[in-house]
Design a protein around this ligand. Structure first.
Ligand code: KG4
Ligand code: ZN
Length: 374
């Protein structure tokens, strides 16, 4: 994964502000390990604010969630049918500090500088204004509390939802990352060693759900609304083209499917729209494409463990299809860990820290930070 400005392996291999290292050394020399920070549980405080959810989490060790809180901006953006970036940043500003307070209180942290071990923050990809709010806040906390900081790739965060959920998950595995901004299959050879097997040529699958929902007059975000309606519809009612069906490459394309739905809708001008059947038919084509490309990626790599991650992983039919797959073992996180949250960022932060990745106060968000390259 490419590094960000202000992020990288620390030259000493340990990192963190020097005063903290000195404090740890003194505690060690004086035999106070039992009471000193060394013997305390490793606590990661994480912030996620890459799009329209503000979330804070406190994680103990690699996967024990002490406390988490989330402020959704859906109601704020819904009237416009999509996220308004400027509004999103202002709302992050308004909600972040109260959420931080709440998580520290519920997590039983009375003395943050002494009890916390690490600050992790999403540094990209995402909306620049939204990312900036989280990164600036994280840097301020790290500086004031003399804590180390690590900038996390949002997509790597999505992968780590599975680490939190499944204690038997170890690389190598494949990851199907499906969200509002991304549709890709990544070969996780080791944590931190990611190879992009293929991605979308145009729209992301979550984006297609949101755009089709808009065409159908359904509320934003469209994924959950289509998921619900599709369950009552007939997926064979309107056969729609399965994107990239005839390509032997691991790649996706969703803009054509959205246009196909637009044409289908024209047939019903002036008549009642069979919403449930259209949702089911759209979903059938959208998910068939995902499953076909996972099958291809498994066959090409010989890797037979696949994790599902990103907001679209909350989709009930995709979860069922993945769970029923025979050619590989599927790892599916609980729904609340699929959509954006800070628990996954904390877990990725802890793992990055253990691998020696460090950021410093020059950390700068990158709205298009790639997780992996081919
Ligand atoms: O990962 P996420 O919360 O934010 C991004 O990083 O983009 O993903 C949000 C996307 C939206 O496009 C939303 O419509 C979609 O995930 N989504 C779903 C479902 N729940 C959320 N798509 C299909 N079915 C769902 N149940
Ligand atoms: Zn996301």
């Amino acid at each position: 994964m490419p590094l960000l400005p202000g992020q990288g392996p620390h030259p000493s291999g340990r990192g963190g502000p020097s005063s903290q290292k000195l404090r740890r050394l003194l505690f060690g020399l004086l035999g106070l390990r039992r009471w000193g920070p060394v013997s305390r549980p490793f606590l990661t405080l994480a912030i996620e604010s890459s799009c329209d959810d503000t979330s804070v989490a406190l994680l103990e060790g690699s996967r024990r969630v002490r406390a988490t809180a989330l402020a959704s901006q859906i109601a704020l953006h819904a009237p416009w049918g999509g996220v308004i970036p400027e509004t999103a940043s202002r709302e992050h500003l308004r909600t972040l500090i109260p959420l931080l307070r709440e998580v520290l209180r519920r997590g039983g942290v009375a003395n943050a500088p002494r009890e916390l071990s690490l600050v992790a923050v999403t540094a990209g990809p995402g909306l620049m204004g939204s990312l900036l709010v989280g990164v600036m806040a994280a840097k301020a906390l790290a500086q004031a509390w003399e804590l180390p900081i690590v900038g996390i790739n949002h997509l790597e965060g999505h992968l780590f939802a599975n680490v939190v959920a499944h204690d038997d998950l170890v690389p190598p595995f494949l990851a199907l990352i499906v969200s509002g901004g991304h549709t890709e299959i990544v070969h996780v050879r080791a944590f931190g060693d990611y190879r992009l097997l293929g991605m979308t040529r145009d729209d992301a699958v979550g984006e297609a759900y949101d755009k089709v929902a808009k065409l159908l007059g359904l509320p934003y975000p469209g994924g959950p609304a289509i998921d619900d309606l599709a369950r009552k519809g007939n997926p064979k009612a309107f056969p729609l083209p399965v994107p990239m069906k005839d390509s032997d490459a691991v790649e996706f394309s969703y803009s054509g499917l959205k246009t196909a739905v637009l044409w289908l809708l024209r047939r019903f001008e002036g008549a009642e729209i069979p919403l449930e059947d259209i949702c089911a038919s759209f979903q059938e084509a959208a998910l068939a494409a995902l499953m076909a490309k996972v099958r291809l990626a498994v066959a090409r790599t010989g890797v037979r463990s696949v994790v599902l991650s990103g907001g679209v992983a909350a989709n009930s039919s995709l979860r069922e299809r993945m769970a029923a797959a025979r050619q590989w073992k599927s790892y599916i996180p609980p729904r609340d860990l699929c959509t954006d949250n800070a628990v996954m960022i904390a877990a990725a932060g802890y793992n990055n820290w253990k691998r020696g990745v460090r950021s410093d106060l020059t950390l700068t968000p990158d709205p298009s930070w790639p997780l992996a390259s081919p």
